[in-house]
Write a new protein. Structure first.
Length: 125
């Protein structure tokens, strides 16, 4: 069986590749990959999505939402914070987390919108 999703000949568009290589060399792809690695965990994605729905949630609320202990939820929230995706504030004995900024909220929202479109498109076929 022949694959149809690969080039059948080898050719490189040097001008195009050169422009892209120049742009790639100016970007910190490693840090962006770390961001997506953090979101590769289903629990962290659930937490991030929950934080798009509510501006902030305390660790106890997050633990309840994802069906985890507060220690586990706290571990995931710290991971999101260490990668710049979330921030926290302490109020008395409670710790509240929120997404770091609107870019993170947009990233999560767009990912879910895209998945919904794919699901709908695949369901039509």
């Amino acid at each position: 069986m022949k694959e149809h999703d690969v080039c059948e000949i080898s050719c490189v568009e040097r001008d195009k590749v050169g422009r892209v290589q120049e742009q790639l060399s100016n970007k910190n792809t490693f840090e962006v990959a770390k961001l997506f690695k953090a979101l590769a965990d289903e629990t962290r994605v659930k937490i991030a999505y929950a934080l798009t729905l509510e501006e902030e949630l305390c660790v106890c609320d997050v633990a309840h939402l994802v069906g985890a202990s507060t220690a586990t939820a706290s571990h995931h929230l710290r991971s999101l914070k260490s990668l710049g995706l979330a921030k926290y504030r302490k109020e008395g004995k409670l710790v509240y987390y929120s997404l770091d900024d609107d870019h993170v909220k947009q990233l999560i929202s767009i990912a879910f919108e895209h998945q919904e479109e794919v699901r709908n498109r695949d369901g039509e076929q």
